[in-house]
Write a protein that binds this ligand. Structure first.
Ligand code: ATP
Length: 276
């Protein structure tokens, strides 16, 4: 890992889901979920890359390939200079991957089991992914991560998911991710299932964490407004292809294609100062 390596580099990524699956008998592909997608987030670009697009445009497929939850057909992915996916080349192991890249998923209620107290997830992450000092004594790292998301150990101790709102659980997902001290957090539609009144608190939390802790975010959304508010760099996808990539202001002031113009027309106003 080098200081000047791109935070995220995606090269010529292609993915076609095979039709039919195990029992369908078919091996033919449907349309490409990702069709030769390349993008780079460099440290000098900023810390938040948003990927915006309508349903089925390939956003989740891209996120899951970066998290190595889905295998691409071709292309390469690296995070902070470390190969996540390399055609025929060396890639980092799963523990190294989880220390480097952490996920935040759409449904915070599915991120934690009903059976386990949520603190258990925090301890497990510290023990599995922490350095020797964190493994010996996980509490300081857990306290620090909880404080970073505006929660405390006393609020969490001994409680299961029923004790928390969706917004709090999403904060806990973020805290769990932070314990690994990742370079990149991939958040796939992280606020779409959170109560509308709490959405901006989560979006603002990402903004604050990217600025204070220096962790980079890939923020996946169909919501252009929050993407515009949060992003340093924005990618717009359509039908598996990248149709725009660059600074949000530049894209939104002079969209280069009809799809982006149509997306923009669907939003009454956009104001970067929007905050709570
Ligand atoms: N497991 C899968 N098996 C088959 N096809 C899939 C699978 N996952 C996604 N697809 C298809 O790949 C394409 C891209 O889907 P993807 O979920 O990546 O898009 P998306 O932009 O994230 O959509 P959404 O906002 O609805 O989550 C779609 O045509 C979708 O139907």
């Amino acid at each position: 890992m080098t200081g000047t390596a791109p935070l995220l580099e995606v090269r010529n990524l292609r993915k076609v889901y095979r039709r039919g699956g195990l029992f369908g008998g078919g091996s033919g592909g449907g349309p490409a979920a990702l069709d030769d997608v390349s993008l780079t987030l460099r440290p000098e670009d900023g810390k938040v890359l948003s990927i915006v697009g309508e349903s089925g445009s390939g956003k989740t497929t891209l996120a899951r390939i970066v998290l190595r939850l889905v295998t691409a057909d071709s292309g390469t992915v690296s995070v902070a200079g470390e190969p996540i996916m390399a055609q025929g080349g060396r890639t980092i192991d799963n523990r190294a991957l989880r220390k480097l890249v952490q996920p935040i998923f759409q449904n915070p209620f599915e991120a934690f089991s009903l059976q386990l107290p949520v603190e258990e997830y925090l301890f497990r992450t510290a023990i599995n992914l922490g350095d020797a000092a964190m493994r010996r004594d996980p509490r300081p790292a857990i306290d620090e991560a909880l404080a970073a998301v505006g929660l405390s150990y006393s609020r969490v101790a001994g409680k299961g998911i029923r004790a928390f709102s969706g917004g709090e659980l999403q904060r806990l997902s973020v805290a769990r991710a932070l314990i690994a001290r990742p370079r990149l957090i991939v958040a796939d539609e992280p606020v779409s299932m959170v109560d509308a009144s709490l959405r901006m608190t989560i979006v603002n939390l990402f903004k604050e964490l990217s600025q204070k802790l220096g962790v980079a975010f890939v923020y996946i959304t169909h919501d252009l407004s929050t993407a515009y508010y949060l992003s340093d760099v924005m990618a717009i996808m359509r039908q598996g292809a990248l149709v725009e990539f660059g600074r949000p202001e530049a894209i939104l002031q002079s969209p280069s294609n009809d799809y982006t113009r149509a997306l923009l027309d669907a939003i009454p106003t956009l104001d970067r100062r929007w905050s709570i």
